[in-house]
Structures are given as C-alpha cells and as structure tokens.
Design a protein around this ligand. Structure first.
Ligand SMILES: [Zn+2]
Ligand SMILES: [Zn+2]
Length: 105
C-alpha cells in the first residue's frame, strides 16, 4: 500500500473516533474515522511511534487509510433544513408544522 511499508513505516489505527463515518474509497464498505499513529518498525519490532496529525478514514476490510476528504459524505443533514418525521419531506426549519402533512415538527 503506497510507500508506507518501505523502510518498515506503518500506519496503525489508535482509536475509532466515529464508527461508520464514511465509505471506503476502494471497496465501498463502511469506513471509520480514526486517530492513527505512525509506527517505525525494524525487523517487525516497533522502535518508534508518533501520532498522526489529523484523523483519517480507515477501512477494516482492506486495511486502507485515506484522507477524510476523499470519502463520500454521509447522507446530508444540514442544519437549516428540517425533515418531517412523518412524511420525510424537507421542511424549512422555521416551520412549526409540516406544510405537506400538517403534523407538528
Ligand atoms: Zn475497503
Ligand atoms: Zn410532513
């Protein structure tokens, strides 16, 4: 996988920040947002480890790390658009009652 194995440098997930935060760019299955660390190994023995700068996405299926910006965003739930829980239509957040089905929001 890329150049990370050259010289025994690996990335390892340290902890899952958000499970299922996106999709794997390689296989399309659920990928987690993780804190990771880089581990320098000599003859398969970790000799040095340091934390990654920012969280990355990690796919458990193909063991792939990739930047969060590459993953398709999860189904959008923008702040100013409300979704009626009865008819599932998008309603402006200012409404108190759904204009489509009349239920209280
Ligand atoms: Zn994958
Ligand atoms: Zn409705």
């Amino acid at each position: 996988m890329f150049f990370f194995f050259v010289g025994g440098l690996e990335q390892q997930a340290r902890q899952v920040l958000k499970s299922g935060a996106g999709r794997c760019i390689a296989c399309g299955s659920r990928a987690d947002l993780v804190d990771y660390e880089k581990v320098l190994k000599l003859f398969f023995v970790p000799v040095w480890r340091w934390p990654g700068k920012e969280p990355v996405m990690y796919c458990n299926d193909c063991k792939l790390f990739f930047p969060q910006s590459l993953t398709p965003p999860p189904p959008s739930s923008t702040a100013d658009v409300l979704r009626c829980q009865f008819c599932r239509r998008e309603v402006d957040a200012d409404f108190r009652f759904c204009p489509f089905c009349g239920n209280a929001l």
